[in-house]
Design a protein around this ligand. Structure first.
Ligand code: CA
Length: 226
């Protein structure tokens, strides 16, 4: 059955590479839509809502990094695999917290691309077992890494997202700064307590009146039970 695995949007300006990607992805059971420049790519992603995006970095129009940044800014956390011709671009991609799921350096094997895509989609399908969580007016969808408050999409950094997801995982439960540090940042150090406070302040600023976050003075944070 065609498209059994879902639709992939490929944004790639080199025709030979795009053709190869289309061939292998189609053979692997994906539907494929190709765009050749950044602006058309972004429009296609918004229109077609693919299960994943294969994104060349060097593109006419907006480049791949800017395209991904605009997706994330709009709250779209669809998995993205970057394809880059230059090693120095990888540092840029990783440094920007774009939530890039993976990257491949040209020249790459199309088989490798298919394998990486399958891995990423398996991972997302696992996470997808969790339904979106609602607290008050805030809806958090871990699969899409998407947060809405009173219907507006809230653009969060990956750290802010993970922090909110942790708090919303158990409404009414107060998490200490140490618990949040170890769960979100992977470390528990009293000296870093301030880091939690700073990120909570940023979350509150972005969520505004919708913020469900409650401070327990001297203990930590929770979200109100809705
Ligand atoms: Ca290119």
């Amino acid at each position: 059955m065609p498209e059994a695995r879902g639709l992939i949007v490929v944004v790639e300006d080199e025709r030979a590479i795009a053709d190869l990607q289309r061939l292998y992805l189609t053979e692997a059971g994906f539907g494929v839509h190709v765009e050749r420049n950044g602006d058309a790519g972004l429009a296609a992603i918004r229109r077609l809502r693919p299960v994943a995006v294969v994104l060349d970095v060097g593109l006419p129009g907006i480049d791949g990094i800017e395209l991904c940044r605009r997706m994330r800014e709009a709250g779209d956390w669809t998995p993205v695999i970057f394809v880059t011709a230059r090693d120095d671009e990888i540092d840029r991609i990783l440094g920007l917290e774009l939530g890039a799921d993976d990257y491949l350096t040209k020249p790459f094997s199309p088989r490798e691309l298919v394998a990486r895509l399958k891995t990423i989609l398996r991972r997302y399908a696992g996470a997808g077992a969790a339904a979106p969580v609602t607290v008050g007016t805030v809806v958090l969808d871990a699969t899409q890494r998407r947060v809405e408050a009173s219907g507006r999409i809230i653009s969060l950094t990956s750290t802010e997202f993970d922090l909110l997801a942790k708090l919303m995982s158990s409404p009414g439960q107060v998490f200490t700064r140490e618990q949040l540090l170890s769960s979100v940042w992977g470390q528990a150090d009293y000296g870093l307590g301030r880091t939690v406070d700073v990120h909570v302040a940023q979350l509150r600023a972005k969520l505004g009146d919708d913020s469900p976050i409650v401070t327990s003075r001297g203990v930590g944070y929770s979200v109100a039970r809705s």
